[in-house]
Design a protein. Structure first.
Length: 368
């Protein structure tokens, strides 16, 4: 009997030891799997970061100083004065960039066309003549340009935000990005929000609560410049045959570039085709819808991106596609209309490299 009891006890001990050993083995296996998973995650993050760095490093350089200029006559009257002040700074090659900046700031109107009062005296209204504005505005531009290591985009955004943005960029990768402009504006807006001085105006600023300065300033200035590509790469010619945007014969009613609207020189960043509100609008190229909605003077707007080029379709009466949707060339995307700043039904179409800049004349693409 006792022999049986002892044998049962030994069996129980062995079973308990085996279970305990199995438990520790399972724990060890779990730890090993967690470590493996952690290694995979870290490797993936590093690979992503490396890919981002490589992508940034291979971005095609753009010569904005040699870009063709699309600004009003009110701005062009100051070309000589701006070039003269830039020559003092040994930056005469940046004349077109500064003219585009003035176009965005004031359209060349008023006594302070470069909006340079704050750079002179720290407040608005202390400059009383265009010559004084150009003198201080160019001096400020040159100072920021050098601090930004001659990075045009960083210079432009810092002209709008102030020099503190350069320090912020240098602390966060050292290179201008739209996301850094947004995060800086968000940070600064939280600091000054209670003052009531700054308000959100652009839809994108409202969306991000980034209401300090203008987060779209770089694109807003560069839309007046058609960039020159310095090396073969991302920004190249649009290749391949385009699908007709309308079912009716194409009749261009307004071309690309300078035009007179209501007695004033205006910059037309696309071309217009005559149509009726019963005419269907088709995608001229395949791609992905990056915007489908209402946008100020564009009215009902659809933007489709393929590669490095964006095709914009404006003043629509109806939209039939959504943001993120994949589109094939020839697919119906909306209806012709007269929404936004428009005096009658027509299709406004643009080809550009970013939301607000890099426009080219679409007419040759349609053999017009």
């Amino acid at each position: 009997m006792w022999s049986t009891v002892r044998q049962s006890a030994r069996v129980a001990v062995r079973m308990k030891w085996r279970l305990l050993t199995l438990k520790y083995r399972l724990i060890a296996l779990g730890i090993a799997l967690l470590l493996l998973l952690l290694i995979i995650i870290v490797a993936g993050i590093l690979d992503t970061l490396t890919g981002i760095e490589n992508e940034q490093a291979t971005e095609t350089p753009i010569a904005y100083s040699d870009a063709s200029l699309q600004v009003s006559d009110d701005v062009l009257q100051y070309r000589e004065a701006i070039a003269r002040e830039l020559k003092k700074e040994q930056l005469e090659e940046q004349t077109n960039v500064v003219l585009a900046l003035m176009m965005q700031e004031s359209g060349g109107r008023g006594n302070d066309p470069m909006q340079a009062s704050e750079s002179k005296c720290g407040r608005i209204g202390c400059i009383t003549s265009p010559d004084e504005s150009i003198r201080y505005g160019v001096k400020h531009f040159a100072s920021v340009f050098r601090q930004a290591n001659e990075d045009v985009k960083l210079t432009l955004q810092s002209y709008n935000f102030g020099g503190g943005f350069i320090d912020y960029v240098q602390e966060n990768g050292g290179r201008y990005t739209k996301q850094l402009a947004i995060s800086f504006s968000q940070m600064m807006y939280q600091r000054v929000k209670k003052s009531g001085i700054y308000q959100c105006h652009r839809p994108s600023a409202i969306e991000h609560q980034a209401c300090y300065g203008d987060i779209e300033y770089v694109d807003a200035v560069l839309r007046y410049l058609t960039p020159t590509v310095l090396a073969e790469g991302k920004t190249g010619p649009i290749k391949g045959k385009l699908h007709a945007p309308l079912d009716i014969p194409l009749q261009m009613t307004s071309g690309f570039g300078s035009r007179i609207v209501f007695g004033k020189t205006d910059i037309h960043t696309g071309i217009d085709f005559s149509c009726h509100d019963t005419d269907t609008v088709h995608a001229v190229r395949s791609g992905t819808v990056i915007y489908s909605g209402l946008r100020g003077p564009y009215g009902q707007l659809i933007q489709i991106k393929q590669g490095d080029w964006i095709t914009a379709y404006a003043h629509l009466s109806a939209r039939q596609v959504k943001t993120g949707q994949k589109i094939e060339a020839g697919q119906a995307i909306g209806m012709c209309g007269s929404t936004g700043r428009s005096t009658g039904n027509h299709l406004h179409i643009e080809f550009k490299t970013s939301d607000w800049s890099g426009h080219i004349d679409p007419a040759p693409l349609f053999s017009l």
